[in-house]
Design a protein around this ligand. Structure first.
Ligand SMILES: CC(=O)SCCNC(=O)CCNC(=O)[C@H](O)C(C)(C)COP(=O)(O)OP(=O)(O)OC[C@H]1O[C@@H](n2cnc3c(N)ncnc32)[C@H](O)[C@@H]1OP(=O)(O)O
Ligand SMILES: O=C([O-])CC(=O)C(=O)O
Length: 377
């Protein structure tokens, strides 16, 4: 019988030098460097630059990349006008997808699929995702759009555009670490989608727009918002154990746990948990943090032997909530970070491109003939 790799599980379709994951041991590296070191020592700018270049940048290379990001933060005024006209109740990921699609219309280089053009567009996309997401947030809350500032880091500038207030250096650093943790993750569904689009030799904006659509779903990037919905449904820490036990007894899926590749702790969730714990030790444990602690313990006790552990989406929301960000923006923030990984993966794949075109085992009808409409039941 023909074997079908449902969900393409375990299928190797390309080579990559960017990200390595050992799911059974909970190891994640970018360019061979552990994610914990990137989180502790690096920045979103540096990791994005490194993935795009395929190597750690020199100080001069990083300064040039950072300057290019800062210089490209502004988006066309026409686009801001379009975003201001979006229905303010619309889903922010739909707004992001539509706005990035429109952004491509204003980029004279958008149809150029050479590596040099793809790299230049990547810098603009990384810089302008922040401006677009913050603009979407301001429009949804019926506030004036805040223009970007070139004197702030990528993380600080985004938080500034979101709230209109400059964040403290601790807030900016915490957010930067969250971005670093989300930049890339091998052949996840949204990166694979970006690559599938790129494999037809389509343009960079089309690749990234299709990836936004894939990230949006609750089985992928949308899980971070779904975790927060779950925490809001639980309400108070004393109700967490009962709530999760019932869900597990009913074989319902728990958001923010389980992973196609990790059959152990997702190392990113450990880093995020440590930061959430750090905030909790300074400011007292929030309800959210206490509920997650209880859920984690019960899930690991009952599901750990089946390889089901918290993933990156489990704790990220508490970190964003501590920064005053509302849950509708958790998935757009995932996109804000992941755009770097999407661009780097598209560039790497298209260097040795082959059209992606898998197949399905046909199980439909055979030996049929067309029946005229008037003769059908
Ligand atoms: C950034 C990211 O994209 S990380 C992932 C974010 N997504 C989530 O957090 C959503 C919740 N998690 C899930 O739905 C899954 O774990 C996935 C889709 C992410 C990956 O899992 P897959 O490898 O596709 O496993 P699949 O969904 O087939 O489940 C396998 C078994 O584990 C169980 N399982 C998997 N995840 C969960 C979960 N979150 N809660 C409860 N049970 C689970 C399934 O019910 C299934 O059990 P069964 O064999 O008794 O039917
Ligand atoms: O790798 C995956 O399948 C999902 C994931 O954790 C990510 O994209 O960060």
């Amino acid at each position: 019988m023909t074997e079908i790799a449902k969900g393409l599980e375990g299928v190797l379709f390309t080579e990559s030098k960017l990200t390595f994951i050992n799911g059974s041991e909970g190891i994640l590296t970018h360019l061979g460097i552990p994610i914990q070191e990137w989180a502790e020592k690096s920045t979103f700018e540096e990791l994005s630059c490194a993935l795009l270049a395929g190597k750690l940048p020199s100080a001069a290379e990083l300064a040039k990349f950072d300057a290019a990001l800062r210089a490209n933060r502004e988006v066309p005024a026409e686009l801001l006008k379009e975003i201001s006209g979006f229905p303010p109740h619309a889903n922010p990921m739909q707004m992001l997808r539509t706005a990035i699609s429109a952004l491509g219309l204003y980029d004279p280089q958008s149809e150029d699929t050479s590596e040099a053009a793809r790299s230049a567009i990547s810098i603009r996309l990384i810089a302008q995702f922040a401006t677009v997401i913050a603009a979407v947030a301001r429009v949804r809350s019926r506030q004036e759009i805040v223009a970007p500032r070139a004197d702030l880091t990528h993380a600080a500038n985004f938080l500034y555009m979101l709230s209109g207030k400059e964040p403290t250096s601790e807030q900016a650093r915490l957010f930067d670490i969250a971005l670093v943790l989300h930049v890339d993750h091998g052949m996840n569904a949204s990166t694979f989608t970006a690559i599938a689009t790129a494999s037809t030799l389509s343009d960079m904006y089309s690749c990234v727009v299709s990836a936004i659509g894939a990230l949006k779903g609750p089985l992928h990037g949308g899980a971070n918002e779904a975790v927060m919905d779950m925490l809001d449904e639980v309400g108070t820490p004393d109700k967490a154990a009962d709530f999760i036990t019932k869900k597990l007894d009913n074989k319902e899926k728990i958001m923010g746990v389980g992973h196609r590749v990790y059959k152990n702790f997702d190392p990113r969730s450990r880093v995020l948990r440590d930061y959430a714990e750090h905030v909790a030790s300074k400011e007292g444990k929030s309800n959210y943090y206490q509920i997650l602690e209880t859920i984690e313990k019960i899930v690991v006790d009952r599901m750990g032997s089946r390889g089901i552990y918290p993933n990156v989406d489990f704790y990220s929301g508490t970190v964003y909530a501590d920064l005053g960000i509302s849950k509708e923006f958790f998935t757009p923030i995932f996109a804000l970070a992941r755009v770097g990984g999407w661009c780097a993966s598209v560039i790497e794949y298209t260097r040795d491109n082959r059209l992606l075109r898998p197949d399905a085992v046909y199980t439909g009808a055979t030996d049929q003939h067309y029946v005229e409409l008037k003769d059908r039941q």
